[in-house]
Write a protein that binds this ligand. Structure first.
Ligand code: ATP
Length: 292
């Protein structure tokens, strides 16, 4: 089975060179991705994230956790370049990929550099088969040879997709569609895979299966992963580190093990709040340690 990193190097030889401003700059050996004090404003008025700093080590797997509206998707869009269609912009700070500032790059140029963003909601071409979906995604990078090898790799990691490769994608189960969305991302030969809430709406056993596969890809291919999740239970099982974001700010950064033991995390994200009334939870939220 071909390794993604090898394929990416191969594709770099074959495809469009990276934009001119990226050349002649030494990559940061420690981090594939660094956000430094990033602030994002929508519509020139609405402040969505404030001073967010996040690092993803080379070959690491990191979670960005938080509740609805905390700023997780905005953070991912600031990395993939998808803020502009939503009238959002980075007004402070910077995003660095392999040591280079990428803030001025268009989304398609970021994909060519190796950043891929799997959006929330399992977006696939429903009228195409999984096989056709994978081929379509490969148009971004590489040649036919790369496409066949990448497809083989995706089917090896996701055997269910191989079984359903000729079905219409609209008729796949939610879990299979999520696998296909991740498979499409892998076809772009990424160096950084960003997943936005892949567990949403899936049964726990499927979430565990998909997260296990992503972790295998991370380990075996050396692919760096930034996993955005509300489901902290599942996410902290597979990542090495996590960040917790609330109201647009990073309020906690620690190892997965330490985060799992943190009482506030246990209370709100690991199910400890069960049985409490919404009022109690709101009251508790107001006095959370990291907000005081
Ligand atoms: P969710 O899981 O619900 O998507 P999230 O943590 O990903 O939550 P974001 O979607 O990043 O949070 O939203 C952060 C803040 O930015 C919220 O207050 C949200 O209302 C606001 N926001 C997000 N997208 C836009 C937009 N296109 N225009 C204006 N405000 C936005």
């Amino acid at each position: 089975m071909p390794a993604i990193k090898d394929l990416a190097m191969h594709a770099t030889d074959q495809s469009t060179p990276p934009p001119a401003q990226m050349e002649n700059q030494a990559p940061d050996p420690a981090h594939v991705l660094s956000l430094n004090n990033v602030e994002v404003i929508y519509d020139h008025v609405s402040l969505a994230i404030k001073g967010v700093s996040i690092d993803v080590p080379q070959g690491g797997m990191v979670a960005l956790l938080g509740a609805n509206g905390a700023g997780k998707s905005t953070t991912l869009k600031s990395i993939s370049g998808l803020l502009r269609p939503e009238r959002g912009q980075i007004t402070r700070g910077e995003v660095r990929f392999l040591g280079q500032n990428i803030d001025a790059l268009a989304p398609q140029d970021r994909v060519k550099l190796g950043i891929v963003h799997v959006l929330e909601g399992r977006r696939v071409f429903e009228h195409l088969t999984p096989d056709e979906n994978l081929v379509a995604a490969s148009a971004v990078r590489g040649n036919r040879h790369d496409m066949l090898r990448n497809k083989d790799m995706v089917y090896t990691y996701f055997p269910r997709l191989h079984q359903r490769r000729t079905a219409q994608s609209g008729y796949l189960s939610g879990g299979e569609q999520q696998m296909l969305a991740i498979g499409r991302a892998l076809m772009t030969q990424p160096k950084l895979l960003m997943l936005d809430e892949p567990s949403l709406g899936l049964a726990p056993f499927l979430v565990a299966e998909i997260f296990d596969i992503v972790r295998r890809i991370n380990k075996e291919e050396g692919l760096s992963v930034l996993l955005v999740e509300q489901n902290a239970i599942a996410a902290l099982e597979v990542v090495s580190h996590g960040y917790l974001i609330e109201n647009g700010r990073v309020v906690m950064h620690d190892s997965a093990e330490a985060m799992k033991k943190n009482p506030d995390i246990q209370e709100f994200y690991l199910g400890g709040a069960e049985g409490r009334s919404f009022h109690d939870i709101k009251h508790y939220r107001r006095r959370k340690r990291w907000l005081t």
